[in-house]
Structures are given as structure tokens and as C-alpha cells.
Design a protein around this ligand. Sequence first.
Ligand code: T4K
Length: 369
Amino acid sequence: MGDQKILVTEPTLPPLEDFIPLLEDIWDRKWLTNNGHYHQELEKALADYLGVPYISLFSNGTLALITALQALRIQGEVITTPYSFVATTHSLCWNGIQPVFCDIDPKTLNLDPEKIEAAITPNTSAIMPVHVYGNPCDVERIENIANNYGLKVIYDAAHAFGVKYKGQSVLNFGDLSILSFHATKVFNTIEGGAIISPDKKTKDRIDKLKNFGFSGETTVVAPGINAKMNELQSAFGLLQLRDIDNNIEKRKAVVNHYREQLKDISGVSFMDDMIHVDHNYAYFPIFVDKYLYGMDRDDLYEKLQEHNIYGRRYFYPLISSFSMYRHLKSANPDNLPVSNEIAEKVICLPLYPELEKSVIDNIIDIIRK
Ligand code: T4K
């Protein structure tokens, strides 16, 4: 494979020549941020593409999560998954909310609905599940539990851009969903994110919260934050949208090639497509069984690096094992056996639209040996 490093992902970029005229237009308009022309255009285009009622753009997914919790005035305890990127739980902390970790389902790697009810206390106000790797949570059972106990549901859908469940956007479930448009995501605006709202009133509140709480020129209605997306990134996002379907198709081909080649390697497993789901092929995690494979996950991870293949152990360590969370009662590994097991086995292999077949074949060869 030579000296070229193959990373877990490679950001998709629009053709530079297509960006220049948009930059010239922004230079002419002299309007750089604060709900500008391209910001409004991207919100419309995304709501249309995703099939969602209302969308508010953000400067990143983490601020979208923090603001979503503010918008619904969530307090007390929130039930969440330890098997995610650390921003999920951090967003609770930034709101003074106590995270309560609940274990994951061994098949979907999302919050296990069987275990949610046992984690509910009189202080529970919401559930924050994550559609990990873009695979939908059990949205129907989570909705039932939330309705029975009067809880809100905020989906961390950072990985779930464009994912559909039973023909409709998975972002339409729960009270709010957030997206990340970070450079490493299926759809990126360099940095960026969004909140999906079910109605105009909620979107208006969120739009105020991301703009310091301003309602008009002189009135401030809430202690909001600055989480606005600027015009350059919004214009960039419009260009990214042109090629998104094509890029998801290319990702699917990469994933299917991996699956085809890996299926007869003992001790290495992977996730299949789910029924009723249109996937976005955001990540390709494999799981290493050290006894069957004859080598543990970290040894394989290092072996791949020796060949310049830089997969990532998403999500290891678990959020619940970081120093600021491990003192929590719910962070005890006995409470999270599935999460702990999966975190020890996982490697996300390189996956991006332009990943060449010959490179995938080389990666498989290294794993096979
Ligand atoms: N919720 C969930 C479930 C999330 O996964 C995330 C973010 C969030 C919330 C928060 O959303 P944001 O606030 O980020 O919008 C990366 C991303 O930075 C992060 O967005 C993402 N999840 C997480 C899963 O992955 P790191 O710490 O792994 O990033 P880093 O810099 O190590 O890059 C990852 C790989 O991508 C490396 O191999 C390098 C490569 N890369 C990266 C960048 C930035 C490139 O090739 N080009 C680039 O421009 O977190």
C-alpha cells in the first residue's frame, strides 16, 4: 500500500470551481452570517431532501445537542447510552443534567428498550438515545416508554443523515433530533449541525436560543448561545447536497464489498442491513472475537496501522469510563455488560465514497492473514 495513510474517513468536498461563484456572491452581498441568504436556502433544501418539517442549522452538532435540551427545558436525570461519542453525555453536563447510563442491545448497539424502564426514577425527564452508526433505534418502543412515563425523547442522530425507517426520515421520531455535519460525516459543512423540529413554534424557539436568545432587536427572551452557521459553510452545504445520493451509493458499494470479503473470516463479524431501513453507510464497524480470530482487537488495530491502515475504535473507551463519569452508579460495568463487551471488540474500518476496491482488498488481506 506504499506510504499512503488510509484513514477511517476522508471528507467529501464539492468541486472547488463550483464554490468560487458562491464565494463571489457572498463577497458581493457582504452578508456573512446571522440567518443570511445561503443559510435560509440550505435550511429549505435540507428540510426538503430529508423529508422533515423544520430544520435549524447549527455551527456544530454538540451545540445543537446542548440547545435541544435547553429548548425542551430538560432537567434532572436523562437516560442515555455510554456507547457513543463523548459529546452525547457532555451535552447533558453542560445543562447541569445528571446522565444515567443504560446498556445497549447486542444486535443494534443502540439503547436497549428492555432496560430503559429499570433506569427510570422520579427525577427522570427525558431519554437521549443515539442512532449509532446511523442504525435506527427501536423508535416505536422508545416512544411507548416515553409516553407511558411522560418523558421527552431527544435523538442524537449525528450519524443518521438521510436514514429512513419504514419509508420516512428517522429524524421525525422523538421530540427533537440533532444532526452533525462535521467533516467526517456523510454530509458535511466542514463543521456544522442541525436540530429537526416538529413544528414552527419549536423551530422559532430554537432559532432564538442559537442567537443569544434575541427576539427582535432589543428583546432577549432566554439565555441563549451563539451557535449559528455562517454563509460560507451554508453555501458549501448546498453544493454538498448535489452529490449526496451518489456518495451514499458509493459508500454502500464499499460496505457490500467489505461484507462479501469478510463473511468467511472466522472471529470477525459485522452488522447487516436492517429491515425497513434505508441506510446511509456512515461507518463500517467490525467486531473481533479474540478466541475465534486468534488475536485481540487491539493487536489487529495495531497490525493494520503497521500497514498504514488507520481504522478507529469507535466507541472505545465507553463514555461511562471517562474520569468525569465513571463515579456515577450507572457507569458501573456490571450495569453495562453489552456496551463493555462491544467496546473491547470494535474497529471501524476505513469507509468513504472514493475508497478504492484495491485498497479494500488489501485491508481484507491483512485481516485474513
Ligand atoms: N454525537 C455523536 C454520536 C457524534 O458522533 C458526534 C461527533 C457528536 C454528537 C458531536 O457532533 P460535532 O459537534 O462533532 O458536530 C470525530 C469527529 O470530530 C466527531 O464529529 C464525530 N462525532 C466523531 C465520531 O469522530 P475524532 O476525535 O475521532 O476526530 P479526528 O480528528 O480524530 O478525525 C477522525 C478521522 O478523520 C481521522 O482519521 C482523521 C480524519 N479526518 C478528520 C478531519 C477533521 C480527515 O481526514 N479530515 C478532516 O478534516 O472525532
